[in-house]
Ligand binder design. Sequence first.
Ligand SMILES: Nc1ncnc2c1ncn2[C@@H]1O[C@H](COP(=O)(O)OP(=O)(O)OP(=O)(O)O)[C@@H](O)[C@H]1O
Ligand SMILES: [Mg+2]
Length: 245
Amino acid sequence: MADPSSTDPIIELTGISYSYPKEQPVLKNLDFELRKGERIGLLAPNGSGKTTLFHVIMGLLPVSEGSIRIFGRKIETEKDFVWVRRKIGLLFQDADDQLFSPTVLDDVAFGPLNMGKTKKEALSISRRVLSFLGLSSFEDRITFKLSGGEKKLVSLATVLSMDPEVLLLDEPLNGLDNNTRIKLISVLKTIDVSYIIISHDIDFLLESTDAIYTLNNGRIEKDTTVYVHSHDHAHMMGNVPHQHD
Ligand SMILES: Nc1ncnc2c1ncn2[C@@H]1O[C@H](COP(=O)(O)OP(=O)(O)OP(=O)(O)O)[C@@H](O)[C@H]1O
Ligand SMILES: [Mg+2]
C-alpha cells in the first residue's frame, strides 16, 4: 500500500454543510480527506448523516456551503460530477436504488456501455466481474427476483464493472450471510482501490479498513472515545495503553 501521507488527497471536502429542505443541517462545516491507498471505515449512529455524506460526494445532493475537490479538481457543476461518477463507485445502501435492468447481465453491463465501451467489451467486462464475485450463474437471473443479499452482491458487480479508482460502500454487509461476508472481505483485500465503508459492524471494519472515523454533530471525527484496538473487543479508553488478562 502507498504511504497515504505522501500522496495528494483524492477526496477533499472543506467546510461542507448540507440540510434537507426545511430541515436542520445534517452536515455542518465538515472537513474530510481520503488519500490514495487509504481504507477508511465510517461507524456512526443511525440518522447521523453517513449516507447523506456519500450522496454529497457523488453530487446526488447539492451542498449549500463548502468545497469538494476530487483528484485535486474543484467539483462544482453537474458536468464535473459526471466525471466524478466515473472515478468513484457508490454502492447504495438500498440495492433497489442501484438495480434497474431486467437481467443481472444487463445491469452489470450498463455502466461500461454508458462509459462508451462496445457491447462486446461491456459483456466481456461484466462476465469477468461476475466471475470474480462468484456470480457467473447469475447472468440471466431476473434482477427484481433476487434475494436481498444477492441484490447486494449484484450491486457490487455493477459498481466494479465501471473499474472505479475509489469505492464508497454504504453498508455492504446488509443481507449477506457469513460465507458471503467472508467472500466480500477477500474481494476487498484483492482489489487495489481506496475506499470508505459505512458499516455498523466493528469486526468487519477492523478486517477491511485501516482507520475508523465517526460522524458527530455533522462533522467527521477520528473515533477516539471508543477506540477499537483489537479484533475481539472495544471499550471506553481503549486508546490508553493497557493489558488484558
Ligand atoms: N430525503 C430526505 N428528506 C429529509 N430528511 C432526510 C432525507 N433523507 C435523510 N434525511 C434525514 O437526514 C438525517 C441523516 O440521514 P442519513 O440517511 O444520511 O443517515 P445515516 O447515518 O446514513 O443513517 P443509517 O445508519 O440509518 O443509514 C436523518 O435524520 C434522516 O431522517
Ligand atoms: Mg445510511
